[in-house]
Design a protein around this ligand. Structure first.
Ligand code: ZN
Length: 322
């Protein structure tokens, strides 16, 4: 079943036999995209101009079931390239033996699985590969809230916290990829007793402020249940602003895009975060961007399609480099 698509960037056109044969020239070659998550795989195909032609999703089972199903879906469309934005940690350095492999995931069947290699062999087309949050960052840079900028950060606060950094015209990698959700944050006074939900760290951003931390701290079913609560807005706004200020001082992005289920379902949070970033900066850096904080820290502009759009952009890059 294909999901209904609300994005204005999504055309109603169907894949024609000519497109299926991959005979279109230039940027009209059909590109496949996978936003690979721990619970579902979002599959899409579209064009390098940001048009999504078709989108569907399948549950993430073991690779033995899920990978052949994905190969079959894309093979039927005749895609000329594929971009994969994968859950991490995962190998993103093309010169590393772990490139394209899922690494220390709790999903044992995926651990050390050669995801990129399997898709590449199965489809026989050029493939681009990066993390899910880097994919979302690239989607916003190419088609969304950071279009035209050569540096930006995309931060997601949802079931986990992650951040993608785009700088100097490319996504930032190094020995691995940034794990920005796990930076250490100081506890807000009154929150010292809260047991950080990260299994690895005792006071990290994700363990203090992602959805599961909100659920545990307040004893609610969903983080969105707290959306109007003043204590939540103050505490969550403080942690997110601390995280953003650290990112801002290190990476100096021209724009910060704050997405994910927690801010998406708590509309008042954005204003709180902006105010606290300015408060904690305390005038230390003064830029035109910070003077216009409402245009500096913004919501995503891709209508929830930033991940698959970023994967299309990764596929388009792979096609160009092939
Ligand atoms: Zn952590």
């Amino acid at each position: 079943m294909n999901e209904p698509i609300a994005s204005a960037s999504v055309a109603s056109e169907q894949v024609t036999s000519e497109q299926a044969a991959g005979r279109h020239a230039g940027d009209r070659q059909l590109i496949g995209a996978i936003e690979a998550g721990g619970t579902k795989m979002v599959l899409a195909c579209g064009y390098a101009d940001g048009t999504i032609v078709e989108r569907t999703s399948i549950p993430t089972q073991d690779p033995a079931q899920t990978v052949p199903a994905m190969i079959e879906w894309f093979a039927g469309k005749g895609v000329s390239a594929l971009g994969i934005a994968a859950f991490g940690p995962t190998g993103v350095n093309p010169s590393s033996p772990t490139y394209g492999r899922i690494l220390q995931t709790p999903k044992l069947a995926w651990r050390n699985y050669d995801f990129l290699g399997a898709m590449s062999r199965g489809l026989g087309v050029p493939c681009g590969y990066d993390t899910d949050v880097n994919g979302a960052c690239l989607g916003e840079v190419m088609y969304g809230a950071a279009k035209g900028l050569d540096s930006a950060m995309y931060i997601t606060v949802g079931t986990g916290i992650g951040a993608g950094i785009y700088a100097g015209g490319q996504l930032i990698h190094g020995m691995l990829h940034p794990e920005a959700g796990h930076i250490t944050l100081p506890r807000v006074p009154g929150d010292q007793e809260f047991e950080c939900v990260c299994p690895t760290h005792s006071s990290c951003f994700e363990g203090l402020a992602a959805g599961p931390a909100v659920v545990k701290r307040y004893g609610v079913e969903r983080a969105s249940d707290m959306a109007e609560d003043e204590d939540f807005l103050e505490l969550e706004g403080t942690y997110i602003a601390q995280g953003i200020l650290n990112y801002l001082y290190v990476a100096s992005p021209q724009r910060i895009i704050l997405g994910g289920g927690v801010p998406d379902h708590a509309p008042k949070l954005m204003a709180r975060v902006r105010a606290k970033v300015l408060e904690f900066n305390n005038g230390y850096i003064a830029t035109p961007e910070l003077d216009d904080i409402d245009s500096y820290i913004v919501q995503p502009a891709c209508d929830g399609n930033q991940g698959v759009l970023g994967a299309i952009a990764l596929g388009a890059q792979a096609l160009q480099q092939a």
